[in-house]
Structure formats: C-alpha cells, structure tokens
Ligand binder design. Structure first.
Ligand code: B3K
Ligand code: ZN
Length: 847
C-alpha cells in the first residue's frame, strides 16, 4: 500500500563519485543534462534511479545510447537492467525536459515571480533529473547553468561565469536533497566574514529589487551565527561563499542547501515598519538554524528519512541555545516550552502521534513535525543534562570527528554519547522510538528531617504502540526554605523505574520542592499542589522557568474551573500583584506571566482531565479572566503601560522588545476596560509594526477594529508580508462567532492569492487559531476549511497536507462536533485524485 519501512533499509548498490549537471533554463521547457560517475558495489544489481514528471530525451552509458530493451521507464523512475551495465566503473548520461512554470507544488525546480528556484528536500530532486534520490548517496556536484538572467546560482564555489551562463563546483559530497539552483533578476545585500582560522568568506543575501534595504538584520544574524558555531561547537564554515536567497512562494520556512540557503522571504526581510519584534527574533533563529545545518545535516547527514530528527532535533537544539545566549535565556526557554506543549504535546495526544524516529511512512513530507523537530531538540537537551556540559562537548567533538562526510543514524548518535561518557543509553533510546508524552506523578513525604519525593511514570498508548516501557527521565529538583532561600540547589534526579523515590536528608524545616526545573524533560508533571504553594513558588522560586510555571499552573487551574462555571480565583489574582510590581523582574518575563494559556491548551488540559472541552465556555472563561485581571490590577497595568514606552528609534534587541511585550500585554488587558481607547491611540501614533500590530490585534479582539483594519489595508496593500498579517490577525483574534463568515469574505478579497503558501497559511491558519471560531458548533469553520484543503491539494499537496493538522484534536470534543469533523474528513478522503500527502494525513486523522 505504498508504506515505506525502516526495517526495509538497504544500502544503495552503486557509489556515485561525481555528478555534473547542465541546465538550459526555459520556463516551459528546461533541459537538464546529467552525467553521473558510478562505481558498482554489488555485482548483478540493476541501476534504479528515481524520477518523476520528467520527459526522457536520451540516456547513454559510457557514450553509447541505451536501447529500448536496456531499461524500464515508469511514473516513478528509470531502471537500467543489469545486463546493460558494465562491471567496472562507468558513466551514465541522461537528458530530460521539465516545465518549471507549470510546477505549482513548489517542489523540484519551479518559478516564483519570474525567478527560478528549487526545493529538493525531501524528495524533490527526482523532479529535476533521474538520480538515486536518497540521503545516503553523497557526491560532489558540478553545475553549469545557462539562462538569460543576470544572477545564476548553485551550491559550492563559483568556478566561472559569463553573460547568460555560470559554473559552480561544490567539493563537499552531498545528498541530492541539498542541491539548489536559483536564477533571476536579483540584487545582493553583500557582507563578509573572516573565519577563526582567517579564511575570508563572501556573504550575500539575494532579493528582488526593492527589498535590498530589508536585509541588514538577517546579515548581522548570519555573522553572529557563524561566530557562535565556531566558539560553541568549534565548527568553521567550509566554502568561499555563502549565499541566501529570499523567495516569496515557499512551502516552509527555509532550506539549508549547501552554500545556498533558500528562505521564505518572510524569514529574511525585516524593517522596523514591517516586522514585529517576534519576527526579528524568529528571523535570527531561522538564519542560525539553516546555517548550523552546514555541519549538523550537511557535512553529517541522515542515512534515511527515518533519521530526520538526527539533523533536525540537533539543529533546533543548537538554534535554541544560540537564541538563549543572544537574548534572554530563561525567557527563551519558557517560550520554547510554551510552543512544545501547545503543539507537540497536542500532536502526541492525538491521532498523528509518532515517535521522533518513526519506523514507517507513506509520504515523508508529512513527518517534518513538531515531534521530529521540537521533541527531537528536547531529547538532545536531556542528553546534555545527563552527561553534563563537558560530556556534551566531548560527545559532539567525537560525532564530528567520527562521522564527518557520512550519512548516519540515531544509533550512531547515541553511540558517540556512550563512548564519550561511558554511560549506557539503551533505556534512554526509548525517547527516540516511542511516541507519547509521559505522565509523571509526584508525591511528597515529610518525616524526621527527611523529604522523600516519589515519582511514578506512565506513557499512554499511541497509534501502533500500546505498551510503553519506563523512560530514563532527568528530573531537575531544587528545594526552597519557607522564607524563599534555596536549601538544596538544582540536582538532577535520574528516574529509570516505573516508580522511584528520592530522599533529601538533614533538613531542619520542611522545604518547598521546585520540581522539573528548567523543564528538564518533556513530560506532563502531575502534582497535587495547592494555590498557596504555587503562589509561593511564583514569588520565590530561584529557577525562572519554574517561577513562571507556578503562575501558569495557577492560571490554568483557574481557567479550567471557570470553563465549568466558577468565578475567577481571587488567590490567582492576588498572586499576580507582586509579579507586576517587581521592577527587578525582566519585562519580558513579566509579559510571559501575563500571558494566559491559549484556548487550545485549555481544551487539551480539560481533555486530559477526562472532561469534554466546550470551546465557547473556554473562550468566555479566558475573556472573563482577562477582564478580572484588568479590574483587579488596573492601576498597576496603567503604570506599566506608561512606564514601558520605549523612547527613541526602534531597535529589535531583546531589552526594548521585552519592554514592548510587557506594554502590549498590559494594553490587551486594559482594552477590556477602556473600550479600546488606548489601543486606538497607539495604533494612530505607532512608528513600528510591533506596536501597530499589537494595537490592531487588541482592537480586533474587541470586535471594534473596522476603521483600523481598513486603514491598515490601505497603507500596506502593496506589501505581501504585512498583508499576510492582516489576513491572519482578523481571523485569529476576532470574536469567534464572526470567524467563519469573515473567513468566507476574506477568501473573496482580490488580495487572497491562495496559491501563495504564505497567504493561504495566513487565512487558514488564522481561522484555525481562532479556537472557538474554528470549532463553531454549526460546523461552518470545518466546512470552509475542508473546502479549501480540497481545492489546494491538486495545486500544492504539501501545504494542503500540512494544514490538515488543524483537525488533529477532533476526538476531544462532543459527539456533535466529532460527527461534523468526521463528515469533512470523509468528504476529503472521497475526493478523486487526492494526493499521497493529503490522503495519508486524512487516513491517520480518521484513525
Ligand atoms: N530541512 C528543511 C525542511 C524541509 C522540509 C521538506 N518538506 C528546513 C529546516 O528544517 O531547516
Ligand atoms: Zn532544520
């Protein structure tokens, strides 16, 4: 049935020692000539090459054209029979024709606004030429591009160029998924970097004319990334040139092609007027992420796509560490955990749950998930916590030493940790191969100056995995005395059993335990804890993560009760007071303390508690709590709003960004009392997108943003990236009853260019982010969403499949809503000609 299994992995029977490609570019009929130097490794094996949507013009071995009996050509590839192959090393030459302008799937070679570009990961290279399109086949590439365009780029170093042609050579053997080609009328924002060993590297960010003044931040972020990889990991850049290209039509965030990163323009272009603080932070993180792949992904790649988290989990961990050092470490950690819980825990608890290293798939593009990326990063963080900083550095040094130039597995990765630290990681490996978020229940016992913490762990079943073995869990714990002093500093307890106790002796008074500090493992901690103890930790914990977590747990408990009819919890409202007033606390941290759990997270928490979440009640509870916080702390919030204004020209750094975040958090709350007066004033005077967009969002949430929404459109209609925000925000933040109708209206807007993935994601993602709106009991949200998935699928299956995850929570809800979603999923499944991408997703979603 088209399922690919890890157990079926076999090495490729040929070695590719050299690849030479020639492109003759033309929008409707590009010619690609490929010359592969091959060395047979298994006598008698046929040569099987992947290839899709290619028109074969010719094929020859060692200069002799192949006859019709020598090969078999199918929809998915070209197989040259063993009888037609020499036993000694030989050369295969092919020529094919492809049509980049007809490629709306944005995979392989395609066009975006007159510019040629490529996306080959995971399996796009097979839409360019016949090739063993698998990551364990690595070869040096030589590329010649011929085309009537001023800028012609590929991987590696430039060899020579003239009018209408350019040649590139990439000396580092690489898998085909890292191939890239760009051709267009582009301008460069130039830069340069001197590596630790003194090599000069030319840097360029290539954009369409008019965008060159929005590249400065990304360029500086690139240089910071290059320096950081040298100091933190001892990794230098390894080519003479590093190019980044910004593309408007792109299926994801960015791509780490060797020496030629291609970016969604959303994650490169930024100016104070058009990008928010969080855009700037994300741009820095994504630039770093793609750059860091040069070693973790490119020099050392994956043996097969099941090992995807080998490069992705590690590279996310690296970019998170980088951002933590560039900005505020504790704030970054809290933001990462918020994302992990909102998205990865959600995935782990639904029908799409899968291990960070899956063992089967139908379409690999469906596995570029938060589990592979974010949970993959948490696993690396746990390894680091278990072996310590020095042990981690030793393991990574060994990894680069031992595996440079290779295509590796999770087993190789764990082995370097075992060899460098002398530890046995057999039990730890469960994290990679099993799905599901462990529940960790803790109880406390106090007797004779001794505190005993007893933990019990269990991991619920997930699709295809009913029984789960106990995990090896690092639990960071600290103990605080009742006056807030730390009596036992952070210690890492290593849990390996299903049930296990740990004792702390010689304590004069009963301490308060701060458990799972810094979120030391991706688990759900179940702890019977009263509000007073949480308030104590919110006021006194020396671990910033747990300090925030205490407040977050209070807010969550309060909202869960409110969703079932209770009023706001006075103790929670009181506990916020000292946090708001504490000017010694970082503004960004205080802003996070004011951020209530999202509606989707509350639905997740209610479901986990065995209840059926009611989206309308959750929305009402959250709105009521915001109003109650505003009423209780109106004076303090007004003071914050005034005091946190940032004077002078806009700077995207963490410090002013934190002040703006706190100010906008206060604004959102105060808007519930002032009818939007402050937000309207801020919208009128704002000089940067952060404040303009923050004010607009607050007004949209009040249902009182008509004039501002129109003014924003008039001002920004010519700017694609800003208009994406306009589409998204109206739907994500509007009163839920309006969402589905508004989505319909916005889809009629002439600016709704649905074939552009950013625009499609803005509209559909905006709708699904409006929890109560998307889950409206009428089913209008579901139906609208399904209509558009069906429409997008034949045009761009990858993005359609990705967006279908909006349905992954459907089993949480009441029978009425479940029936509505099931009907939509059935309707999608019954669509003729559905892509492999979307049909696999729908099949898993229906579970
Ligand atoms: N490796 C790419 C993602 C490719 C997605 C293919 N569907 C970007 C990244 O993770 O850095
Ligand atoms: Zn990546």
């Amino acid at each position: 049935d088209g399922t690919i299994r890890l157990a079926d992995y076999r090495p490729y029977p040929f070695e590719v020692t050299q690849v030479a490609l020639l492109f003759r570019l033309a929008p409707g009929a590009t010619r690609v000539r490929a010359r592969l130097d091959l060395v047979p490794r298994q006598p008698g094996a046929p040569l099987r090459l992947d290839g899709e949507e290619l028109r074969l013009i010719s094929a020859a071995i060692d200069g002799e054209a192949l006859g019709g009996n020598d090969y078999l050509l199918t929809e998915t590839g070209l197989t040259i029979h063993a009888a037609a192959l020499p036993e000694a090393p030989f050369t295969l030459e092919t020529e094919v024709e492809i049509a980049p302008e007809a490629n709306t799937a944005l995979e392989g070679l395609y066009m975006s606004k007159g510019m040629y570009c490529t996306q080959c990961e995971a399996e796009g290279f097979r839409k360019i030429t016949f090739y063993p399109d698998r990551p364990d086949v690595m070869a040096p590439f030589q590329v010649r591009i011929e085309g009537d365009l001023p800028v012609l780029l590929s991987n590696g170093n430039p060899v020579a160029q003239g009018p209408g042609w350019a040649e590139w050579h990439d000396p580092w053997p690489k898998p085909a998924y890292l191939f890239a080609l760009v051709a267009g009328d582009l301008v460069a924002h130039p830069g340069s970097f001197t590596t630790a060993s003194g090599r000069e590297v030319t840097l360029n960010i290539w954009v369409r004319p008019g965008d060159e003044d929005r590249c400065g931040f990304a360029m500086e972020a690139l240089k910071r990334s290059m320096r950081w990889d040298e100091t933190a990991y001892g990794r230098e850049y390894d080519l003479d040139i590093f190019n980044i290209v910004a593309v408007d039509d792109f299926n994801m965030g960015a791509m780490e092609n060797k020496g030629l990163n291609i970016f969604n323009s959303k994650w490169v272009l930024a100016s104070p007027e058009t990008a928010t603080d969080s855009d700037f932070e994300r741009i820095e993180a994504i630039i770093a992420h793609e750059y860091f792949h040069n070693w973790t992904g490119n020099r050392i790649t994956c043996r097969d796509w099941f090992q995807l988290c080998l490069k992705e989990g590690l590279t996310v961990f690296r970019d998170q560490s980088f951002t933590a050092e560039m900005r505020l470490g504790p704030v970054k950690r809290i933001e990462d955990v918020i994302l992990l819980r909102a998205r990865q825990f959600r995935e782990d608890q639904g029908p799409l749950a899968h291990p960070p290293r899956p063992d089967h798939y139908k379409e690999i593009n469906n596995f570029y998930t938060v589990t592979v990326y974010e949970k993959g990063a948490e696993i690396v963080g746990m390894l680091k916590r278990l072996v310590g900083d020095a042990g981690y550095r030793a393991a990574l040094d060994l990894y680069f030493d031992r595996h440079d130039g290779q295509a590796c597995t999770i087993e190789d990765w764990l082995k370097v940790f075992e060899d460098a630290s002398g530890r046995d990681l057999a039990q730890f490996k469960h994290w990679y191969v099993e799905a599901g978020t462990p529940r960790l229940r803790v109880s406390e016992d106090w007797a004779e100056e001794r505190l005993t913490l007893t933990f019990e762990q269990s991991t619920p079943p997930s699709p295809g995995q009913m029984e789960k073995a106990p995990r090896h869990i690092p639990i960071a714990v600290g103990l605080l005395s009742p006056n807030g002093d730390e009596v036992v500093p952070t210690t890492v307890l290593e849990m390996t059993e299903a049930r296990q106790s740990f004792c702390f002796e010689g304590l004069a008074t009963r301490p308060v335990a701060s458990i799972l500090r810094d979120f030391s493992a991706p688990v759900i901690l179940e702890r019977a804890q009263n509000g007073a103890e949480r308030a104590f930790l919110l006021a006194h914990d020396t671990d910033p993560f747990n300090r925030w977590e205490a407040g977050n747990a209070l807010a969550r408990a309060c909202l869960m009760e409110m969703a079932e009819g209770a009023g706001p919890d006075g103790a929670y409202l009181d506990a916020l007071g000292p946090v708001l007033a504490d000017a010694a606390l970082d503004p960004a941290f205080r802003a996070l303390c004011l951020r209530l759990p999202s509606e989707d997270e509350l639905a997740q928490a209610l479901h986990a508690a065995g209840k059926i979440p009611d989206p309308d009640a959750i929305h009402a509870a959250r709105a009521a709590l915001m109003r109650a916080i505003a009423q209780r702390h109106e004076a303090a919030l007004s003071e914050i709003y005034a005091a946190m204004a940032v004077p002078g020209p806009y700077q995207p750094d963490a410090e002013p960004a934190g002040r703006r975040a706190l100010r906008l958090a206060a604004l959102a709350l105060l808007s519930k009392l002032d009818g939007g007066a402050r937000a309207r004033a801020l919208f009128a005077e704002a000089q940067n997108m952060t404040e303009s967009f923050g004010a607009l969002s607050a007004l949209i949430a009040l249902g009182a943003a008509e004039a501002e929404t129109a003014a924003f459109r008039t001002r920004w209609q010519g700017d694609r990236l800003v208009m994406d925000k306009w589409f998204m925000a109206q739907l994500a933040y509007c009163p839920p009853g309006l969402a589905a109708g508004l989505a319909r209206d916005l889809a009629e807007d002439p600016l709704f260019d649905w074939k552009n993935p950013n625009r499609f994601r803005a509209l559909m993602g905006g709708l699904s982010a409006n929890h109560a709106g998307f889950h409206d009991r009428s089913g209008a949200g579901y139906q609208f969403y399904a209509d558009w998935l069906i429409r997008l699928d034949p045009v761009n299956p990858q993005t359609a499949a990705r967006m279908s995850t909006a349905f992954e929570t459907w089993r949480r809800f009441d029978p009425g809503r479940q029936a509505l979603v099931r009907d939509e999923l059935d309707r999608i499944a019954a669509t003729t000609g559905l892509s492999r991408d979307l049909s696999e997703m729908v099949q898993r979603l229906r579970g």
